[in-house]
Design a protein around this ligand. Structure first.
Ligand SMILES: [Zn+2]
Length: 613
């Protein structure tokens, strides 16, 4: 630190002797030394966590990159296990920037209001109350609520929740965006959020989240990053053995009865003696060049990635009974987690969740009807009614135009009687082969067609009705407290999650059968393009959603859902009630209540408004 100015020498002497300097002495002391110090060093003097100074350098060195005054990389991601202190460290880092920088602006984005509430009530409130600085950080002119906080430095915090829309985050100028619980965020709107950084000199982006399925956005982001792993060492080999908590290096073998240990020699590891090593070191920092005046400018933003499993965090690995409870017993104990859950929530490692809504065997078991591609093999008179479902496609690479016909058999079972997927036909003419299909296979017994209202539907649904002579309803997906809402003009809004759930459940319970044979497998294959993601809110409520696997078409699933919907309402069947969800019940009702819970100021309307194909 070099020579200290004379007025602060008494302060350092007092501090060294464990004496308490006066507030004035401390104020002058900090203002003199702070410019030369990193946030990492200032942190213990500034913030408290759990009643003691927050000391990341000593207690959680793996989070140190968050507390650098000068970041090595403008973008960063922390892919974590649960209970590793990700949100308290994110909150601590945000606070440091708010109280030590002038006019610094932070935008915090989380998928549910419950997260912005938790950040305010648990983390920020305690940190502000127990702040160790010898001057007030807020005064009566400052704002301090869930969605907005201001500080005497002129720095500003905005907190918003947006599940599926950037609406709450637009129109403000921001220096640092912090996206939390990104495993549950729809990242399609990140480019819009990034716009808030446009005028900033900092343009920082940080992502935090818990590992999830291998196709989850948190893993996709981590794959783009430098892929940092915390490397510890054991002296048992001649040149030492690397201890790295990933699957390649036996992260599971580290978890031993007596503690976190070397997988080879079982010696206990000091988890804090480690360093970050990066799979792609070139991505771990920004790349600088010069502008026309010779000033340094970032020519390529880095994207530093950090993987933080519970097994490298001392507060989780010690004391021993806490280790048993939070790590060891979840792997070996009576109430152990499934392998996927253990990898994700303890080790912060993404894995295939097995979140398959249906297996190929279940589909095969339901494929029993002797019906040909031309619609031969069934007697339309045997069904109370037939209904169609129409999904309009796009590029014909991962999105196709598919129509299907479903009949209600008096034995209490739906039969899928045929499907068609015309290709190589221009967008605005695809209703023609579809109309021919409904006329030929529907054999004049069609009660109606449910057709995708999105995309080209607003035009094509009318064309289809006109050419086929079959009543065509417009179906829009939404997120609804009830299964569906009917509106004038044959318009319906249907809860997406519920309709997909019902289709899969009907198949699994033997209440929906398909034609057998290779020709129909090209359609039922679409049913396996979907996987389940259960979004777990902190209050224990789980929200289910169905996601499409990257690059796989799922159009038959949607056309099937639309057909089932029309057949059931025409027949007077309450599908949700039939399958145990209650009359006109919806799987999204809890999600909607949860989103509205405690929301202050901001409101997200299209919370679950998926339009993915
Ligand atoms: Zn060893």
């Amino acid at each position: 630190m070099g020579l200290l100015p004379p007025h602060i020498v008494p302060v350092t002497q007092k501090l060294n002797r464990g004496l308490q300097p006066s507030r004035e002495e401390l104020g002058r002391y900090f203002q003199t030394i702070a410019p030369g110090m990193d946030f990492l060093e200032l942190l213990p003097f500034t913030l408290q966590l759990g009643g003691r100074p927050m000391d990341v350098a000593v207690r959680r060195p793996m989070f140190a990159p968050l507390f650098r005054k000068k970041r090595r990389s403008r973008r960063e991601i922390f892919k974590c296990g649960r209970q590793v202190g990700k949100t308290s460290n994110a909150a601590g880092s945000m606070m440091m920037n708010l109280v030590w920088r002038k006019n610094f602006r932070i935008l915090y984005v989380a998928p549910l209001a419950i997260y912005t509430n938790r950040l305010h009530h648990i983390h920020f409130s305690n940190m502000i109350r127990s702040c160790g600085l010898p001057w007030p950080i807020q005064d009566q002119d400052c704002v301090n609520n869930v969605n907005e906080k201001t500080f005497r430095t002129g720095s500003h915090f905005h907190g918003v929740s947006c599940f599926n829309s950037a609406g709450n985050a637009l129109g403000i100028a921001i220096d640092w965006i912090v996206l939390d619980e990104v495993q549950d965020l729809n990242l399609d709107f990140v480019p819009q959020i990034r716009e808030t950084l446009r005028t900033s000199d900092f343009r920082w982006e940080s992502y935090f989240g818990t590992a999830r399925g291998i196709e989850n956005t948190i893993q996709l982001l981590y794959d783009e990053s430098s892929g940092g792993e915390w490397r510890m060492r054991c002296g048992c080999k001649a040149f030492g053995r690397d201890i790295i908590p990933d699957l390649e290096h036996d992260a599971i073998g580290m978890i031993q009865r007596h503690g976190v240990a070397c997988p080879d020699c079982s010696r206990l590891i000091d988890v804090e003696r480690g360093e970050w090593i990066h799979r792609h070191p070139d991505r771990a920092q920004d790349e600088y060049g010069e502008d026309e005046r010779g000033n340094p400018v970032i020519v390529k933003a880095g994207f530093a990635g950090f993987h933080i499993p519970a097994t490298i965090v001392r507060d989780v690995c010690t004391p021993y009974d806490r280790y048993l409870e939070t790590i060891y017993d979840k792997l070996h104990g009576v109430s152990r987690y499934s392998e996927a859950k253990f990898l994700q929530e303890v080790l912060g490692i993404s894995s295939d969740q097995g979140g398959r809504p249906i297996t190929p065997e279940e589909i095969q078991k339901a494929s029993v009807l002797d019906i040909t591609e031309d619609g031969e093999g069934f007697n339309a008179e045997h069904y109370s009614l037939l209904a169609g479902g129409q999904d309009w496609g796009g590029s014909e690479i991962t999105s196709f135009t598919v129509g299907t016909i479903v009949g209600w058999h008096p034995t209490g079972v739906f039969h899928c009687l045929g499907a068609a997927r015309p290709t190589g036909i221009p967008d605005n003419e695809r209703h023609i082969p579809m109309a021919a299909f409904y006329q030929r296979v529907g054999k004049g017994r069609m009660v109606g067609i449910g057709a995708d209202a999105g995309f080209v539907g607003s035009v094509q649904n009318r064309n289809l009705a006109r050419i086929s002579g079959i009543r065509t309803a417009n179906i829009a997906y939404g997120t609804k407290r009830d299964f569906f809402h009917a509106m004038p003009g044959n318009n319906f809004v249907v809860d997406r999650t519920t309709l997909i759930y019902l289709a899969y459940t009907l198949i699994r319970e033997g209440k929906l059968l398909f034609p057998k044979g290779r020709w129909f497998e090209t359609f039922t294959k679409d049913l396996t393009a979907t996987y389940i993601e259960d979004v777990e809110a902190p209050n224990g409520i789980t929200i289910r959603r169905y996601c499409r696997r990257k690059n796989l078409p799922d159009d038959f699933l949607h056309s099937l859902g639309y057909a089932l919907f029309i057949a059931s309402i025409a027949q007077g069947i309450d599908l949700p009630a039939m399958l145990g969800l209650g009359a006109n019940g919806s799987l999204s009702s809890q999600a909607i209540s949860l989103q509205q819970l405690g929301e202050e100021g901001s409101q997200t309307l299209d919370f679950f408004g998926f339009t993915d194909s």
